[in-house]
Structure formats: C-alpha cells, structure tokens
Design a protein around this ligand. Sequence first.
Ligand code: SAM
Length: 467
Amino acid sequence: MPSVFIKTYGCQMNERDSETVAAQLVAKGYTLAPSEKTADVILLNTCSVRDFAEKKAIGKMQNLAADVRKNRPDVVLGFMGCMAQSRGRELIDKLPDVDLVLGTQKFHRAAECLDEIISGAREKIVDVAEEENSEAAIREHLLNGSAKTSVSAFVSIMQGCNQRCTFCIVPFTRGGERSRTIPDIVAECRDLVSRGVKEITLLGQIVTSYGKKEKRDAWSMKRETGGASRITHDASPNSPFVQLLDAVHEIDGLDRIRFTSPHPKGYGDDLIDAYARLPKLVESAHLPVQSGSDRVLKLMHRGYTREKFLGIVKKLRRAKPGIGITTDIIVGFPGETETDFEETLSLAREVEFDNAYIFKYSQRRDTPAAEMPDQVPQKIREERNQRLLELVNGIAARKYDAFIGRQVQILVEGPSKKNAARNTGRTRCNRIVLFDGSARHQGQLMDVKITRTGSFTLYGDPAILNL
Ligand code: SAM
C-alpha cells in the first residue's frame, strides 16, 4: 500500500482534520511516511485565515511539483482543507501538477479519491461540495502517533461558523454551523479515555455556539418536533454547549476538559457557573477580543463592547481565581486609528492576558472588511504588531515569574520534544512545565514546585512533593 505525508498549515482544527485523514488512510492500509521525500502521496492541508498562510501553501506545492514530482512522476499531490475549499478548481488551473483538491466537508472521502487517482480510474479530482452530516465524520484518532497525543486529545464537536465577523473568511471555507449530537461526541470521548486519554479539548470554530442552530431549527419546527432538537434532549435552561460540558464531565477516568475556540458572546452565566461547579473544567479560557476599541469592534461585527468583555473577564476570575486567560487580537483593521489602537493597548494592560495571539489584519476576498475604506498601511500594521507584542510579552513574563516557588498540578504528557530526558506537562491554566522525570510519569497528575521560568515555559521540580 502507498505511504502518505500530510503537511498541515493553520489552526488546531486543521491539525485535527489532518489527524483524522491520516487515521482513516492508515485504517485502509496506508503507511505514514516520515517526510515528503519518500511519500507516495503528499497532501497539504491548507489555511485561508490570512493571505500569508495561502501563499506559503501555494509556494510549498510549487516546490513539490518542481522537486519531488520531477524525480518521482507517480507521486500524488493534493490540497485539502480551507484554501482547497475556497479556491477549488482554480488551484489545478494554477498548478497543473496537483491531482486532488478536497474541500472541508470531504475529508472522509480522501481514501476513495486517492484510490481512484492511484488506480488510474480518474486523473484529477476536485470535490468541494457540501455534504450533509460531514461534521460527524471527523472522529478517528492516531493515538499511537506520538506519546503525547495519547494523554491529551482533541475532539471536533462542530463545523462551520455563523458569526460573520467582517474580517473573517471562515464562513466561506467551513460553511454554516453544524453540530454533532451529544451522545456521538460522548461516545468518542469515552473511547479515547478507554485508550488512555486523560484530557480532552472540545474543538470548533466557535464552540460556545454549539447546538444553537439546531435548537433554533427545532423551535421553528415546534409543531412537528415539540421543540426537541436532535442535539439536546431536555428543557435545560443551560446552553447546548454547557449541556455538552456536563455530559463529558461525567466520563470516569477523564481528568481534564478544555475547549477552543469560544466567542466572548458565548460566556453567559451558565458557562461561568460551569467553571465554578465542574472540577474537570480547567482554569483556562481563550477569549478572542480582537480589539479594545468599541468603534472597531462594531466595524468587525463582534457583537460585544469593551465593557462587556471586561465584565466577562471579571466574572471568570471571580468564579475561578488564577484562571489563565489568553486572547486573539487583530491590529491594523481597516479604519483603526492610533486612538483605537491605544484602546487595545490599554485593554491589554487592564486584563493582563497570560498570552495573546496577535495578527496583522489581512484582507480576505469576499469579506466585507476587504472593501472597507481606510485600509491601514502595512508599515503601520507591522509597527502596531510590534508595540502590542512587546506589551503582551512583558506582562506575560511577569506573570510567569510570579509562579516561581509555587506548587502546581500538572498532567504529564511525556518526554519533551527538545530533550527526551525531560518530561513536559501542562498546568490546569495551560502553562507548559518541564521537569526531569521518567516515562512512568506519563499520563499522571503530579504536583511540581516551580523553580525557574523560560520563554512561555515553567521549569519544575517534583522531587520533594511526590516521594
Ligand atoms: N473563535 C474565534 C473568534 O471568536 O473570532 C475565531 C477563530 S479564527 C479562525 C482565529 C483568529 O484568526 C481570529 O480570532 C482572528 O484573530 C484571526 N483572524 C481571522 N481573520 C483574520 C484576518 N482577516 N486577518 C488577520 N487575522 C485574522
């Protein structure tokens, strides 16, 4: 059987999609090639969120065509994922060496498409159509792929996004929101736990919108269904996402639950309360704020104000003292003035984020922001990016230093990638901790005393605490 190499660009959802495709191909008898140099099939799983990511994937494919394809003409080359979805056939027109273009609702069709291409039944395949229930097709895991992944796993709970932020291409690449059912998700989580997984991260474009569309659909068809959605089964006052958290929390043997990425709008009192009452839901929240200026937030169509955002942070910190709060921020959104940007700086100072992913605004086709007036010059985007980065890193470093001398609980993931004599683990608030330890600690919850810090890393000593 052929060997396959998948290179992934972009977010955790893309990583998860690649893992599923790899696991499905392994189940069909494919082997996983250690690099593109020896693979019979090379798939690039692409990202579209920023122009830079698209350019990188196209550049990579050009190199593969010029290099690998020239020496091994039978190698199958394919694009899958977000850019494949948004560009479709255009990719083959631009890069005639490409054999396969597979959209975001077609990952589970990878094996059959490759069979057809390899057997010669079809020369080229472009499949970017919508497919009902494709959200439930991302479920296979490669737990034996690496020691780390057998302790912690990602579970995709939904696909698509209905938020329509004016900067974002995701609704065009992933389609509208579609959620899996709670029993289906819980069954996948139970299976993972039975195979040694201790920590599950629930994954979606906007996880806090989980099941909302299905709930609305059920209400609008109330006469036929009695208001029952296929996602949730009771008249609980809690959102479908909190109902899902409750269901996953009941799984014996599971130690920790995380989720990403949510939307600030989704932090209702039921979710804040879930942090306080569910011990497995760890003290960590990713709250993508995007801007500290109300004017820009409105232009972005985010649906909350700075004050509302600060209120959520306050409530979360009250419910879970010590909670780690991270964010996403876009600098240089069209029309962002120096005053708007300073409001973002002041918000970052006020919240003291534990970390922030800062993005220079990138014009995306078909999005409303791409057509907005007052596009910010690239030089200013870069300068604001630098100023915000310095501020965020300075605050984060101080917060890391405050851990020295403290005792924290970590879940041990396994040997560190850089130094196999060291183990790596994560605190409940999602900080990486390195410590000297052996393989027998993998998968254990351990108490560690923090002795020093590095860049976004804590160094711990378990010796005294775990005799
Ligand atoms: N759940 C998230 C939210 O609430 O918006 C969405 C995740 S999004 C795919 C990941 C991040 O990419 C966004 O939070 C945003 O900061 C960034 N992003 C999206 N579109 C962008 C664009 N056109 N330019 C720069 N950054 C962008």
